[in-house]
Design a protein around this ligand. Structure first.
Ligand code: SF4
Length: 123
């Protein structure tokens, strides 16, 4: 990761984190083509536990690792084989803190945009 941004990714406390800068950095990574594991969704408890386990195994400042493992995308995900499926976006996720623009999933704890998505989306 960019060393100068290492201090932005701490997950302990929020007051020291420059959230707008971190949000912009995350967006730049995704727009820049960061290959994340977005295709394999985590729906069952076992799948969710496997993904969160991989996230917990990462170094706290491994931002790119978190984005890759969590399958971040800069657009909502819609299941291709289910026309009735709900669009999966941070905006409709139970972990999304709307007024802050923040993901409250313990293994992520990152600024996010409403239209972004990840494989741990839950309604
Ligand atoms: S857990 Fe929910 S709020 Fe957090 S990044 Fe994934 S979809 Fe967005």
């Amino acid at each position: 990761m960019v060393p100068a941004l290492a201090h932005l990714t701490r997950t302990t406390g929020s007051s020291a984190i420059d959230e707008p800068a971190l949000l912009a950095h995350i967006e730049a990574l995704m727009v820049g083509g960061l290959a994340t594991a977005w295709k394999t969704r985590a729906y069952t408890s076992e799948e969710v536990n496997a993904v969160t386990g991989r996230l917990q195994a990462l170094e706290p400042e491994d931002l790119e690792g978190r984005l890759v493992v969590a399958g971040f995308t800069e657009r909502p995900y819609v299941a291709p084989d289910d026309v009735d499926a709900i669009e999966q976006a941070c905006a409709t996720c139970m972990y999304f803190e709307r007024h802050r623009g923040w993901c409250n999933l313990a293994e992520l704890m990152l600024p996010v945009k409403p239209e972004w998505s990840c494989i741990l989306w839950r309604i």
